[in-house]
Design a protein around this ligand. Structure first.
Ligand code: SAH
Ligand code: SF4
Ligand code: F3S
Length: 454
């Protein structure tokens, strides 16, 4: 029996695709192993979003090289760096056996067989940019034991944000037909999944036969599903229909990740984000009116070329004004072939120390706001979908609120149950509490359609 090990970098798309790689490898007799040291095939599923992500891949490759030499294991690179570098990566890293892009996951069995039998080094990085693309179907077995799972609804991105490498690594947008999405979600409920997060680089421009709002509404009706989430969304696609879906359907969880990137219109224009701060705030206000209490999170880039102290101050002001639940903030990193990298000198590069100092100021403000939001929940009861034992304190239980707040609590509620938890402590990153009772226990399959009498 052969064994594989996948090291995953980057976003949820990659996490999900690593599972699909495992399923493809199982068809040629490969089984997973928890450590690279025991593997016959080591795959790095890579991310190219920032330079740091690429550096991490290079240092990991160095470590795995030793295992390759000792065991004669195969070493491969998949994901976004593979797609970006293609065959060049084979030339740059002479001990690499093969390279494959995100669209070649289905061909993995064939690739491995070719590499083993013909002793060739290959790069498979063709794109399938059309509706002919077949999304790898998840095997629900890969999700056994999970309460919450990710489901791919689209790939690629048709936007042209000037800083972003994703359109170069993932190609054009292709939506997955809605029937396939519904079938996959229904199959996940058979192993106990009660919450799904739809993923794609730009999910609300979904066009898989029905609108994205309609897709959410239909998924909320799948028996066994209690919460539907999605990530990530571009503000210009936040339609009235989507806002209405939040008003109508409580199973669409009250959390919205809406990356703003900057609080300055000048910076947004150079980023080619095609909205102004005022338009962003208008959409957010409509969303908050439709679902009071909805948690909003965002992504921000600081030190974008030409960003002045005044521009940055506007990002701080926006952060205070929106009172984000949380934000993922990064210093700008020039990426190959992007407009911002080409124009950086013309627009005015921001010195590294300034970028880092701005990032720290922004993060300090966000930490304070997140802490205040957490502290305000002390003494309140929240509903937690229990995922299992807490990672930090294995004697405690762990789960999330509908707003996607993480909660560690003392109690006995089993994974898959919804528990009522009284909050005793709130920090910027997690809540602590005590179980006060159960809302329900996990359902036992087979599940009946919602409209059928029990
Ligand atoms: N599709 C998502 C973004 C995915 S990338 C969206 O449009 O919101 C996740 C985040 O990484 C981005 O929101 C952005 O904040 C950050 N990012 C992307 N390119 C970057 C770069 N070149 N430098 C720094 N941060 C970057
Ligand atoms: Fe990148 Fe913009 Fe597409 Fe997001 S919407 S993946 S930031 S190009
Ligand atoms: Fe990274 Fe590719 Fe995701 S660049 S963020 S792994 S789409």
């Amino acid at each position: 029996m052969k064994r594989y090990f996948v090291h995953t970098f980057g976003c949820q798309m990659n996490v999900n695709e690593s599972l699909r790689m495992g399923e493809a490898l199982a068809t040629i007799g490969y089984r997973p192993t928890p450590t690279a040291e025991q593997a016959d095939l080591i795959i790095l599923n890579t991310c190219a979003i920032r330079e740091k992500a690429e550096d991490k891949m290079l240092s990991a490759l160095g470590r795995y090289r030793a295992i390759k030499t000792q065991r004669g294991a195969l070493l491969a690179v998949g994901g976004c760096v593979a797609q970006q570098e293609k065959g060049k990566l084979l030339a740059r890293v002479p001990y690499l056996d093969f390279v494959f892009g995100p669209d070649a996951i289905g061909k993995l069995p064939e690739l491995v067989t070719r590499v083993v039998e013909d002793r060739v080094r290959v790069a498979e990085t063709a794109w399938v940019d059309s509706e002919e693309y077949v999304f790898p179907r998840a095997d629900p077995g890969s999700s056994a034991g999970k309460v919450s799972e990710f489901v791919t609804v689209m790939k690629g991105c048709d936007n042209v944000c000037s800083f972003c490498v994703v359109p170069h690594t993932r190609g054009r947008e292709v939506s997955r037909p809605f029937v396939e999405v519904l079938q996959e979600v229904a199959s996940l409920t058979t192993v106990g999944v009660r919450e799904v997060t739809l993923i794609g680089q730009n999910v609300n421009s979904y066009r898989g036969g029905i609108s994205f709002a309609e897709l959410l509404l239909r998924l909320a009706q799948v028996p066994g599903i209690e919460r539907v989430r999605f990530t990530t969304s571009h503000p210009h696609d936040l339609s009235d229909a989507l806002i209405d879906a939040f008003r109508q359907e409580p199973r669409i969880a009250p959390h919205f990740h809406l990356p703003v990137q900057s609080g300055s219109d000048d910076v947004l224009r150079r980023m080619k984000r095609d909205y102004t701060v005022a338009q962003y705030l208008e959409r957010l206000a409509a969303l908050r009116a439709a679902r009071p209490g909805i948690a909003v999170t965002t992504d921000i880039i600081v030190g974008f070329p030409g960003e002045t102290e005044e521009d940055f101050q506007r990002t701080l002001t926006l952060t205070e004004q929106v009172r984000y639940e949380n934000q993922f903030s990064f210093v700008f990193s020039a990426r190959p072939r992007t407009v911002a990298a080409v124009k950086e000198t013309e627009w005015g590069p921001v010195p590294h120390e300034v970028k880092v100092e701005r990032l720290e100021r922004l993060q300090a403000i966000q930490r304070r706001i997140s802490g205040e939001i957490g502290a305000a929940l002390v003494g309140h009861e929240v509903e937690v979908l229990v995922e299992g034992p807490s990672r930090s304190h294995p004697s405690r239980r762990f789960g999330r609120t509908p707003e996607n707040r993480t909660v560690n609590f003392d109690g006995t509620a089993p994974a898959g149950a919804r528990a009522r938890v009284g909050i005793t402590h709130g920090s910027p990153s997690a809540l602590l509490g005590v179980e006060a009772g159960l809302v329900d226990l996990p359902p036992v399959p087979p599940l009946r359609p919602r409209n059928e009498a029990a």
